[in-house]
Write a protein that binds this ligand. Structure first.
Ligand SMILES: O=C(O)C(=O)C[C@]1(C(=O)O)C=C[C@@H](O)C=C1
Length: 377
């Protein structure tokens, strides 16, 4: 490379560095403003996530970007990443306490990951949180004696047993659970406690940075009026609430969770039995295959018992998985018989069934792939 080229590059890179440093300074200013917004929202009891504000802000910035010859999507991607940081920063400012009472919230299994997240959110909202774990059970009666809310957050396999072992709760105490199946825990809570009961299913893992834009499924149990404050508090944390009947939820979870996790498990099991060379697979991976491999591999970085519980606890998951196997075999028959047209006809039938969702999912996955590719070295 010539000396002049070197000098030109160095001069321009110095200017880029200066601009990037200004960007960092602007990020600091923006985060300070967002923290102030968080404080105002804390006082007013407003949710972190403000969809209307986001939509109008993104529309304006996209227009301004376009006028400057900048790709609107680039600006939107940057702002969405900034807002994800805002959710975390605003969370740390704390939240308005919807039900200001000195009575404690008891989290059974609060030293677990999901229980720990609810402990953090409730504490940030000003509630006094007590934990009731295995080592505390001899003091269980004392711990729950004044509780206004008891949340059960233990592995699925022991949820019903733990609920049934709970000491008598105050009559007005709310009994809730966070289990990913709803019918059995809800019935156990209704049988065990005569007061307010509600089943919750947080549709996210404990490693979310904030609850903004997350989803919590609510299965009403008893005396719903008494636990509306809890649902309001969850909304202030930024989450969306969806009501569902417990059976409707469990039936959907068979496909969404049990079958999905089981298929991912089998995919990984097959790679293992084939003794595939992951380094080689990655070497020849397109971005989408790498993402698929990552979604399989991440499963095996987690606790086998958790997924065993999710899959085995679903009473009818065997049926959903057996159906999947039957369709896998039907598709294999098309392949083995060389029935290319039969495959195409079936493919078109399924495409018809997906309808507009197919295009929507293609657009969404395209953006996910771009982001996933950005983070690659
Ligand atoms: O303006 C707000 O209400 C904010 O909380 C700030 C902010 C942002 O980062 O711009 C963050 C989250 C909201 O969903 C909308 C915007």
């Amino acid at each position: 490379m010539s000396e002049k080229t070197n000098q030109d590059l160095e001069r321009l890179r110095d200017q880029i560095d200066a601009v990037d440093q200004q960007l960092i300074s602007l990020l600091r200013q923006r985060l300070d403003l967002v923290a102030q917004v968080g404080a105002v929202k804390h006082q007013a009891g407003l949710p972190i996530y403000a969809p209307q504000r986001e939509a109008s802000m993104l529309a304006k910035r996209r227009g301004e970007a376009k006028e400057l010859g900048i790709a609107p999507q680039l600006v939107e991607d940057i702002l969405r990443r900034l807002m994800r940081e805002s959710y975390i920063n605003e969370k740390d400012v704390g939240f308005k306490q919807i039900n200001p009472t000195p009575r404690p919230v008891v989290i059974v299994g609060g030293r677990g990951q999901l229980g720990g997240l609810f402990n953090q959110m409730l504490t940030l909202s000003g509630y006094r949180v007590e934990l009731l774990d295995q080592q505390d059970w001899d003091r269980a009666e004392e711990i729950v004696s004044e509780a206004q809310l008891v949340i059960v957050s233990v592995p699925i396999a022991v949820t019903e047993e733990v609920i049934k072992r709970l000491p008598k709760l105050p009559d007005d105490c709310i009994l809730a659970d966070l289990t990913s199946i709803k019918q059995k825990p809800l019935q156990a809570m209704l049988d065990t406690h005569s007061g307010p009961v509600v089943g919750l299913h947080p549709m996210f893992g404990p490693d979310v940075g904030s609850l903004a834009k997350q989803l919590v499924v609510v299965c009403n149990g008893r005396d719903a009026d008494n636990y509306q404050w809890l649902l309001e508090q969850i909304k202030i944390w930024g989450a969306r609430i969806v009501d569902a009947q417990a059976k409707q939820h469990d039936d959907a979870m068979q496909l969404v969770q049990a079958m999905r996790h089981f298929s991912t498990f089998v995919y990984g099991y097959n790679l293992y039995k084939e003794n595939a060379n992951l380094d080689t697979l990655l070497q020849f991976s397109s971005p989408i295959y790498r993402l698929e491999l990552a979604m399989v591999g991440r499963l095996f970085a987690q606790d086998a018992k958790l997924y065993a519980d999710i899959i085995f606890a679903q009473e009818h998951s065997h049926d959903a998985i057996a159906d999947y196997l039957k369709r896998y075999q039907e598709a294999l028959t098309l392949l083995n018989s060389g029935d290319r047209q039969g495959f195409i006809d079936t493919f078109d039938e399924v495409a018809q069934w997906f309808g507009d969702f197919a295009g929507q999912f293609q657009r969404e996955s395209r953006n996910m792939l771009k982001s996933a590719n950005d983070s690659r070295q």
